[in-house]
Design a protein around this ligand. Structure first.
Ligand code: AVJ
Length: 315
């Protein structure tokens, strides 16, 4: 990973870090712990939606290979794998993750669980992976992006990302997207400020990751976790707040950063979506929503899209 990308955000005002730096091996473990927290509702609800609709999805797409962005532990994806295994007797899965550690453990677990599975993992960013997907082997393909990870992208990044998805898919192929929906603010804020402090540890770990990757000397005791809902942008914002006036070095980058007492580093946004607006955005990207599913409270949504032909692609 290019080092200058991480120091760039630390040279701006206000300071920020790319949120994919959360996911070193320790960060991926901490995120897995977050998904089990009582306050963190998205994973549980998305899982329950998938349990209800996985067979419908497998029926709508027919036999197809699954390619997942940000696959992590692939825990929820197992529900889809079961459905495709049951309905089509063919299983091809390509998990993609920036964390090579969790990718490898997960791949080995999955190969143990599903003897029929053909698997091809890619370690890297979405941009890197989408640019070099292996050629399709089954009659169709579905790109999967669960967990509302798309909420980590601001509007401009989201727009560019959906263009990449459009370009990575051929007409007729599918895109399955999981999104966290707008709801009572107190519920959302609690999910990012859990009582056990796991989210705080996850947020602070981004500095440990920088220390490890760039021989840094950030002292995580000198920072605190800060997460709140921004109602204007409909997003959770996570920051790290410096508790003192301090400096830190990233030796490998020959870079030094100074922080005032109270100064913040913005580490993540997690946008919460309005489903009809999102569907219109997808449609405008030639990713036509075929069907959506939500839980009874409409806290979380799943959208199955099909890539439409554009211009000269059309028969
Ligand atoms: C995995 C990116 C969707 O934004 O809710 C959890 C990450 N950050 N708690 C999210 C996260 C803080 C999570 N995503």
């Amino acid at each position: 990973m290019k080092g200058w990308i991480s120091s760039r955000g630390l040279q701006q005002t206000p300071k920020y870090l790319p949120c994919r730096y959360f996911y070193d091996d320790r960060g991926s473990q901490l995120f897995e712990q977050i998904t089990d927290l009582p306050e963190y509702y998205p994973t549980r609800i998305e899982q329950s939606i998938l349990e209800n609709c996985a067979l419908d999805i497998a029926r709508l797409t027919g036999s197809c290979e699954l390619v997942e962005l940000g696959s992590g532990s692939s825990r929820k994806t197992r529900i889809l794998l079961e459905a495709y295994d049951t309905l089509h007797n063919e299983l091809q899965y390509c998990p993609i993750d920036v964390s090579a550690g969790i990718l490898k453990t997960t791949a080995l677990d999955l190969l143990n669980s599903y003897p029929r599975l053909k698997l091809c993992g890619l370690a890297g960013t979405y941009e890197q992976a989408l640019a070099q997907l292996p050629p399709r082997e089954l009659e169709n393909r579905m790109l999967i992006f669960l967990g509302s990870t798309i909420g980590n992208l601001n509007q401009e990044e989201c727009d560019r990302f959906l263009t990449l998805i459009q370009q990575a898919l051929e007409p007729g192929e599918f895109f399955l997207l999981g999104v966290d929906l707008q709801k009572d603010i107190s519920i959302i804020e609690a999910a990012y400020n859990d009582a056990q402090g796991i989210t705080a540890a996850f947020n602070l770990n981004i500095l440990n990751h920088l220390n490890w990757r760039f021989q840094g000397n950030f002292d995580t005791d000198q920072f605190e976790h800060w997460a709140f809902y921004n109602p204007i942008k409909n997003q959770i914002e996570m920051h790290l707040r410096s508790l003192t006036l301090q400096t830190a070095r990233l030796e490998v980058l020959n870079f030094q950063v100074a922080l005032e007492e109270g100064e913040t580093i913005h580490t993540e946004i997690s946008r919460k979506f309005h489903l009809p607006t999102l569907m219109a955005t997808l449609e405008a990207k030639a990713l036509k929503p075929l069907q959506t599913w939500t839980d009874l409270n409409a806290w979380f949504g799943l959208v199955l899209c099909q890539r439409q032909c554009i211009g000269a692609e059309c028969p």
